[in-house]
Design a protein around this ligand. Structure first.
Ligand code: GLA
Length: 443
């Protein structure tokens, strides 16, 4: 009996009905493109949460964690919407269940059967491996299985991407999708609105290493407003771009709901065409809210309601350095093109080309999207000296891990040099494309 199951039996007596594995993810390339309706290329990893689950007391959900940092909680089904302060782990359970309820996937069975979940994790938190989305997925699967609800994984991924907004972060759908649909030996090219998944083989004489920058990321805590700022800037950038398009004989471009709609049918522009319009449409200097109201012909309240909302009665204020619209738009459009190129490089096992794309992505994340930090930049720079084929930050940014693509034959030298440059205590570990969430035990 494994850790989660043994703890379940010890805490509640009786065996868990199911054990669920919910993996973390690493994004190879395509950062902050998902919520713009543009593709990403992540893979699921072996590092996972394990959840031992079973029915419990009617009307009550009980969660416990093998790690004492996460205290056990008992929540009444009817109070599931009463969120705890930001950062508390039961919020991920609440978000998952509200999302399922909104989508009509949870009936009255949960009330009748109750739910017990014991989490034991081999997936570290706050290092950018998406442990929070994996937890949301794990909790959702726990409820669905205990209530014997049938579900479709693609549909569930969409539901849970939306559900995670309940914790206050306006993320996209990459993490939940790859957690549910990851495939061993493959990266997934995922596109959004509508959600589409294409497995791309990722095997050959290369390995992927992650180096932990030591800077924690807390997307729904400390880094929430830094993260939320980006989707807001992208939406504003699209609105200003469309105002320009209207004034310049391209009114049809106003139909795009996301940046991705510009490059997909029916509009179907090339990435180059969009990239070349950005410097004409968007000013290089940051925009103020006053400037945006004037530019978009909106009253203050309309600007707020339409573009600056992050939650109920929660509005995003103008950052002290303004909204950097041209820089953000330039990043997402070029990054999406790099994803397409990376898919080709993977299929051809053209590692130098993939490495070049990873390096270019990092530079863009650092300079245009401003989601890097000195610790991540140092890792990327050191990895270049240590012989990596390419390196970049991975995930939301602001800390977490850097990813390094290394030829298998060079791996020992790479590890040695990295430790020599950055110290023996550097946490450097290998990750590989694994399967998505699975039910590993079912009675
Ligand atoms: C976080 C979000 C994802 C995505 C990445 C950045 O992981 O949850 O949806 O936006 O950041 O690529």
């Amino acid at each position: 009996m494994g850790g989660a199951e043994a703890e379940f039996a010890q805490r509640w007596g009786g065996n868990a009905a199911r054990v669920i594995r919910a993996p973390g993810r690493v994004n190879l390339i395509g950062e902050h493109t998902d919520y713009n309706g543009l593709p990403v290329l992540p893979f699921a990893i072996a590092q996972s949460h394990r959840l031992a689950v079973g029915a419990g007391r009617p009307g009550v959900i009980e969660i416990a964690n093998a790690d004492p940092a996460y205290p056990a909680k008992a929540i009444r089904v009817e109070d599931v919407g009463a969120f705890s302060p930001a950062g508390e782990w039961d919020n991920y359970l609440r978000a998952a269940l509200l999302g399922l309820r909104d989508a009509g996937l949870l009936g009255t069975e949960l009330e009748r059967r109750g739910l017990r979940v014991l989490v034991a994790s081999g997936l570290p938190a706050r290092v950018g491996l998406s442990s929070s989305s994996a937890l949301v997925v794990g909790f959702a699967l726990a409820a669905l299985h205990v209530c014997e609800v049938r579900y479709d994984r693609l549909e569930l991924a969409e539901v849970l991407a939306e559900a995670e907004h309940y914790v206050g972060t306006r993320g996209g759908g990459m993490d939940q999708t790859v957690c549910l649909l990851g495939r061993p030996g493959h990266a997934l090219r995922i596109d959004f609105f509508p959600l589409q998944v294409e497995p791309v083989p990722f095997e050959g004489d290369v390995e992927v290493y992650l180096a932990d920058s030591g800077v924690h990321v807390e997307k729904s805590g400390r880094n929430r407003s830094q993260y939320n700022r980006r989707p807001i800037e992208c939406r504003l950038a699209l609105a200003v771009f469309q105002a320009w398009a209207r004034a310049n004989g391209r009114p049809e471009l106003a139909a795009a709901r996301y940046w991705g709609d510009l490059v997909k049918p029916p509009l179907g522009l090339t990435h180059e065409a969009v990239s070349s319009m950005i410097p004409q449409a968007l000013a290089p200097i940051p925009y103020s809210t006053d400037g945006l109201e004037e530019h978009l012909g909106l009253r203050e309240t309309d600007l707020r309601e339409t573009y600056l909302t992050v939650g109920a009665d929660d509005y995003f204020a103008q950052p002290s350095d303004g909204f950097k619209l041209r820089q953000r738009a330039a990043h997402v459009v070029a990054e999406a093109w790099r994803v397409e190129e990376a898919v080709g490089a993977l299929r051809r096992t053209d590692w130098p080309e993939l490495g070049r794309l990873l390096d270019a992505s990092h530079a863009s994340c650092r300079d245009l999207y401003e989601i890097s930090c000195p610790e991540l930049d140092r890792l990327v720079e050191a990895a270049g000296y240590a012989g990596a084929v390419g390196s970049r930050l991975t995930g939301a940014g602001f800390g977490g891990c850097a990813l390094h693509l290394v030829r298998r034959a060079d791996a020992a030298g790479f590890l040695d040099t990295m430790k020599r440059l950055l110290g023996e205590s550097l946490s450097l570990f290998r990750v590989g494309p694994s399967g998505g969430a699975e039910i590993i035990k079912s009675l």
